[in-house]
Design a protein around this ligand. Structure first.
Ligand code: ATP
Length: 684
């Protein structure tokens, strides 16, 4: 693979009119990335693309990064394109002169809206005026305009911008990627970390104008040994990834990186700060308690109830301003005015600013009893007035990441927890600590009792967290800043050598946080469902359909009612054969069937022809899935939690798949068993 050749090729596609990099350049990078499944080649393509911009048009780097990550702003900015599929179809018809039938035929053949645009553009016989080339900056600005158009007439404004973009796209590939960008499915096999790695490497090779850091000449880098180069790459990548995990906003990260490079200073200038959510630390799955005890053998740990609610990151600054963020970094301050109003009371003496984390759970205000997750989902998301709140919640705090102007991420968990519990004030049934028990692997009996007690109060299981850092056995000095050394990913090979740390590791799934859930098959029942649709997989699964949409059959109407999406229990081999079976263009892939009940937009519809046996944890009421709607509630259908594929039922035809009334019957049985009534409108 010749990186220099790629760079030269990219340069040749660079229209320099006005100094603005053309969208053709970015499109070329997308095409190259799309043409390979090799992660290394995708990274190299992006690195070379970024280097061309660093050397030629640095002002296009930031918009290019947003476009290449298929986003326009960080999640907490609440900017959304808000374009429906019909708006794209309308524009395709108008700009490329298609009628409804022609467009439908293209959709039936290609499935993907971008591929449809590619074909339509190719077939377009002539254009009256050759448009000016699209620019990276211009395309990004157009997307921002679409997202910020609000109020009367905004739909027309959005439509005009979409049409102008399609009109100005010069080649079929540009059309393809404009449309994929608009439908927010770029499909270039680049995940979030790919861009971070590419950014880190690009500035190792190309020094931005006016930058304040050293860049080794290329010939010097080329002379380094493989492992020396790998270390340089690793250090740079870890710093950029650590910065993004603490401060996930390219608007801040990119200019700072271009100025100071992937140096320790990046974590100071673009690190953890107030009112910008850090990416949460994640738990690693364990099969059961005994696997957890084996993993943490010889260490002190804390077992905590794993509440079934919504994760919340609460920021409060010295002036008392509060922001609350979700697990996926969306701003939800407006959703929880009751939590905001608690802050002055829970903030103990001596606490000026803080970031803490906990699980918001619906509770009975009097008894403190926990309510199921579905109750919480009944809460409105916006404009919630304190006086109108019907679903009461309690915040069960489990971590403290920032206190009085100082990040606590590199303090051991025992210390963070002590600060949390000593400096904040509990308010019964409103704010408190997650229920916990400290233990070691010798305490298997009490741990089992604790686990059972968690299940008894309808928690999902337990989270198990290492309390202290293990002493380091690593004698190799590292030139990474302290915080960053502790954030290294446990790569398969090196995990065993590395001591476990109990520090808070944003965006990492480590062995120091383990989750033990109640058995997947607490429901001994399995269901026989019909696979009806799929989406293009992400990352490693990019080549396959994942997740897959499954349905029950309604014997009354003959329709298939979507019940759940599943991406668990499949082997790679199975994914592969599934992709072959439902290959685009084959007779097993069809256009949207009229007999399927589902409001979402899968990437591909399957000809319903098989039955899969599925395990699940429990059945829930769902605002999204229409299965059994009308049988248990007028507004809601039923869905499954933790669906897991078991096997193909070769012996069953789709007429023998689980029916919607059987699903409703199971749901009622489950309600009797668990006593969970009162969610939604229950019939019969
Ligand atoms: P993940 O977040 O690990 O990708 P997920 O979002 O499906 O997966 P789970 O696998 O169920 O979540 O487990 C982690 C989640 O459990 C946390 O994100 C948090 O919302 C919730 N949780 C409940 N209790 C705790 C606790 N005591 N400590 C940490 N997380 C908890």
């Amino acid at each position: 693979f010749d990186a220099a050749q790629y760079a030269a090729e990219l340069r040749s596609h660079w229209a320099t009119e006005g100094g603005d990099a053309s969208y053709a350049l970015l499109t070329r990078a997308f095409v190259l990335a799309n043409a390979t499944t090799s992660r290394i080649k995708i990274v190299d393509t992006l690195v070379n693309f970024l280097r061309v911009l660093i050397e030629g048009d640095p002002s296009s780097i930031l918009p290019a990064v947003w476009l290449a990550t298929n986003s326009i702003s960080p999640p907490y900015d609440e900017l959304e394109l808000g374009l429906g599929g019909s708006s794209i179809s309308k524009a395709l018809k108008k700009i490329y002169g298609l009628n409804s039938q022609g467009l439908k035929a293209l959709y039936d053949k290609h499935g993907d809206a971008g591929d449809v645009a590619f074909e339509a553009k190719k077939r377009q016989s002539f254009t009256l005026v050759k448009p000016k080339p699209l620019r990276i900056k211009g395309v990004y600005q157009s997307l921002k305009k679409i997202a910020t158009s609000k109020g009367p007439g905004s739909q027309e404004t959005k439509q005009r911008i979409v049409e102008k973009l399609l009109q100005d796209a010069r080649g079929a590939e540009e059309s393809r990627y404009i449309v994929r960008t608009l439908v927010q499915n770029l499909r270039i096999g680049a995940v979030k970390t790919t861009m971070l790695i590419a950014l880190a490497r690009a500035v190792l090779y190309s020094k931005p104008v006016g930058a304040d850091f050293e860049v080794r000449p290329l010939d010097q880098l080329a002379r380094l040994k493989k492992d020396e180069l790998a270390e340089i790459y690793n250090n740079a990548e870890e710093i950029v990834k650590a910065s993004y995990a603490r401060h996930p906003n390219y608007n801040d990260l990119v200019p700072c990186l271009l100025e100071i490079g992937p140096t320790a200073e990046l974590l100071v200038r673009c690190g953890l700060c107030m009112h910008i959510p850090l990416r949460p630390m994640l738990g690693s799955i364990t099969r059961d308690l005994s696997e957890m005890l084996t993993k943490l053998q010889g260490r002190d740990f804390s077992c905590e109830y794993k509440y079934d609610g919504q994760r919340a990151q609460v920021h409060c600054d010295e002036q008392g301003k509060v922001s609350i963020f979700s697990r996926h970094l969306e701003l939800m301050t407006e959703k929880y005015p009751d939590l905001v109003s608690l802050v002055p009371q829970i903030r103990g003496e001596g606490v000026s600013s803080f970031i803490l984390e906990g699980e918001v759970v619906a509770v009975d205000r009097e008894s403190g009893d926990l309510k199921p997750f579905q109750v919480l989902t009944n809460r409105a998301k916006k404009n919630v007035e304190l006086g109108d709140i019907k679903v009461n919640v309690c915040l069960f705090a489990f971590d403290l990441m920032y206190l009085n102007g100082e990040p606590l991420l590199d303090r051991p968990f025992r210390e963070r927890r002590e600060l949390l519990r000593s400096l904040f004030v509990e308010l019964p049934n409103h704010f408190g600590w997650v229920k916990s028990m400290d233990a070691t692997s010798a305490d298997s009996e009490p741990v089992l009792e604790f686990f059972k007690s968690a299940i008894d109060v309808k928690c999902e299981g337990i989270m198990v967290k290492l309390l202290d850092n293990e002493p380091s056995t690593n004698t190799q000095a590292s030139n990474l800043p302290k915080e960053t050394t502790t954030t290294e990913q446990p790569k398969e090979k090196s995990t065993r050598r590395k001591p476990l740390l109990s520090t808070y590791e944003p965006d990492k799934r480590l062995e120091s946080w383990l989750k033990v859930k109640k058995d997947y098959s607490t429901s001994s029942e399995t269901l026989d469902l019909i696979p009806i649709a799929g989406w293009h997989g992400q990352g490693r699964k990019a080549k396959w359909w994942s997740p897959i949409l499954l349905a029950v059959r309604n014997p009354e109407t003959g329709s298939l009612e979507a019940v759940t999406k599943c991406m668990s229990g499949f082997t790679d081999k199975f994914y592969q054969s599934n992709k072959e079976k439902y290959a685009q263009g084959s007779t097993n892939v069809i256009s949207r069937p009229s007999y399927v009940e589902y409001h979402g937009e899968p990437d591909v519809w399957f000809e319903p022809c098989e039955v899969w046996e599925m395990a699940f944890a429990d059945i829930t009421l769902s605002p999204t899935y229409p299965a059994a709607i009308g049988l248990v509630s007028d507004e809601r259908g039923l869905s499954l939690r933790f669906p897991r594929f078991i096997k193909v039922r070769e012996d069953k035809s789709i007429d023998e798949a689980t029916s919607s009334d059987y699903l409703a019957l199971l749901w009622r049985k489950q309600m009797e068993r668990t006593g969970d009534v009162g969610v939604g409108e229950v019939k019969g």
